[in-house]
Ligand binder design. Structure first.
Ligand code: MEV
Length: 314
């Protein structure tokens, strides 16, 4: 018989895609890093009656939660199904510092933390395969056709070189450079952006797949630049990726403006990160002082928040 705890928690972190968003959906490689500056914690506590949900969007019975939380309800139901438990007698409290819909993997991070918390609450061992499969139930509702990258990144602690459907390759990303992440303050539209590239691919497969393959080639070049510790090359490759992503229609004026601002303030390169059409952009700086200057310029240009992340020893 399964032992039920009085309370349990599960955690996950945000993620940043360095290279390969969107093209990863089509089997090209991506490089992504966990972003522990942003984090989700889900707490499960014992209460009598229907399952309760407490998050910034909603407090009340899970069954009456708004449609925008459909992915969350689905992951709770699938997890309980996997655990052979009934949907009753507990409360879920979600606490998150991962900005929502900003390309930092918030939906995947909540799903990962949720599955972990529920397995801990029902004292059941959780394998990585089951964790990712359950999180991808939520991701499929949130994104339509997820590559699995967000779930992998938000559950892990190591950078990954990721190819859809292949085993994860931990990627020792250590480079004498700094990454600045800036939030446009606009909700990203990953689902629409993924769908619009699929549509473009139906209308003009040659041009679309050419851009996708070039993004894949750029991700491979980025891997080489990181392994050889040549930030200047990584910056150029990031710039080229932003152009390709813009060509595919997943950037917007605000992202382009912040990318240009970063470049004119000393960035070695800059690009959007994640689903695009809002959300976040990233810039590469050669040293900490330049990173501070880029960060200040991005805030002055309208970014609502920035984070600076050393890619090697700080
Ligand atoms: C979203 O963070 C990343 C995308 O490549 C979608 C995916 O990989 O599922 C746009």
């Amino acid at each position: 018989m399964i032992n039920i705890n009085q309370s349990a928690t599960g955690t996950a972190n945000g993620k940043i895609i360095l290279m390969g968003e969107h093209s990863v959906v089509y089997g090209e490689p991506a490089i992504a890093i966990p972003f522990p500056a942003t984090r989700v914690e889900v707490a499960v506590t014992s209460v009598e009656g229907p399952v309760q949900l407490d998050c910034v969007y909603y407090q009340g019975n899970l069954s009456a939660a708004p449609k925008q939380l459909a992915n969350l309800i689905a992951v709770v139901e699938s997890t309980l199904n996997e655990l052979n438990q009934d949907l009753k007698n507990f409360k879920l409290t979600i606490d998150s510092t991962v900005p929502v819909e900003r390309g930092m993997g918030s939906s995947a991070a909540v799903a990962i933390a949720m599955v972990r918390a529920l397995f801990a609450y029902f004292s059941t061992n959780l394998t990585n395969d089951v964790l990712l499969a359950l999180a991808n139930v939520s991701e499929t509702i949130a994104h339509g056709n997820p590559s699995g990258l967000d779930a992998a990144m938000t559950s892990g602690k190591q950078p990954l070189y990721y190819i859809k459907g292949e085993p994860f390759v931990p990627f020792p990303l250590s480079m004498s450079a700094y990454l600045i992440v800036a939030d446009t303050g606009l909700k990203g539209q990953t689902r629409d952006a993924v769908a619009s590239i699929a549509q473009l691919n139906q209308e003009n497969p040659t041009l679309t797949m050419d851009a996708i393959h070039q993004l894949g080639a750029l991700a491979k070049q980025a891997k080489l630049a990181i392994e050889a510790n040549i930030p200047v090359t990584l910056g150029l490759v990031m710039d080229a990726a932003h152009e390709k992503l813009s060509f595919l229609g997943v950037s917007n004026d605000t992202l382009n403006y912040l990318v240009t601002t970063a470049r004119t303030n000393g960035a070695l390169g800059a690009k959007l990160t994640g689903g695009g059409r809002g959300g976040c952009m990233i810039a590469l700086a050669a040293d900490k002082d330049t990173a501070t200057c880029i960060s200040a310029a991005l805030l002055a240009a309208g970014a609502v928040n920035t984070w600076t992340h050393p890619l090697g020893d700080d």
